[in-house]
Design a binder for this molecule. Structure first.
Ligand SMILES: N[C@@H](CCC(=O)N[C@@H](CS)C(=O)NCC(=O)O)C(=O)O
Length: 200
């Protein structure tokens, strides 16, 4: 299998963590790809030209990250996606919130990077508000994060790691002591440590 990824992408980090957690990293060839400048390779395999994209040995390409993670979990006989029932809905809900937090953060970053005259302050404010609300909700949900490791907890951890990478000045830990303590403990996982973006 080949995984197109970028070091900074939180969605790709979630996939790499999944591969490690279910014991499939050694069967995965990692190909660093800049989705924004790729003109061959990634767009041939994924018409959306996004990372992460996983290409199976028969040429089938899988995207986006929830699909890839569930595939890897199934192949590796992992337990990151519990069977249908309350535990599964909780894991998927947490994944949706973690991924949605990333969506807002990525959208804000892209807007901030536009030339000054083209930026929308209202758009940046909307994404920032969504990020703040998501972090506050996660503080309220900390007890649900403290159970077994699932795709939900991986998604939340990678989202918070992305905030540290791109929006450290937001200081998401302020006023959220339970979430900060959970993240501190979760960050020690080898899969999280092994997938840190290299410092520029
Ligand atoms: N929902 C997708 C999001 C993937 C995504 O947006 N990846 C970004 C990098 S962080 C990307 O490749 N962007 C390129 C583009 O939007 O053209 C997933 O979960 O995989």
């Amino acid at each position: 299998m080949k995984l197109y990824f970028s070091h900074a992408s939180p969605y790709a980090r979630k996939v790499r963590m999944t591969a490690i957690e279910v014991g499939l990293l050694d069967q995965t060839t990692l190909e660093v790809t800049d989705a924004w400048s790729a003109i061959a390779g990634l767009p041939d395999d994924n018409p959306l030209c996004k990372v992460p994209t996983l290409v199976l040995d028969d040429g089938t390409a899988l995207y986006d990250s929830p699909v890839i993670c569930e595939y890897l979990d199934h192949l590796g006989r992992g337990r990151l996606f519990p069977p249908a029932g309350p535990a599964r809905w909780l894991a998927l809900r947490l994944q949706a919130l973690g991924d949605g937090l990333c969506d807002a953060a990525v959208a804000r970053r892209l807007e901030v990077m536009r030339p000054e005259g083209q930026r929308s302050a209202a758009w940046i404010a909307r994404q920032t508000t969504a990020m703040t609300r998501a972090c506050t909700t996660l503080e309220d949900w900390t007890e649900t994060l403290s159970g077994p490791v699932t795709i939900g907890t991986l998604a939340v951890a990678t989202a918070l790691g992305y905030l540290d990478l791109r929006f450290a000045e937001d200081n998401w830990r302020a006023g959220r002591p339970k979430l900060a303590a959970w993240f501190e403990a979760f960050s020690a996982r080898p899969s999280f440590q092994a997938t840190k973006a290299p410092t520029p």
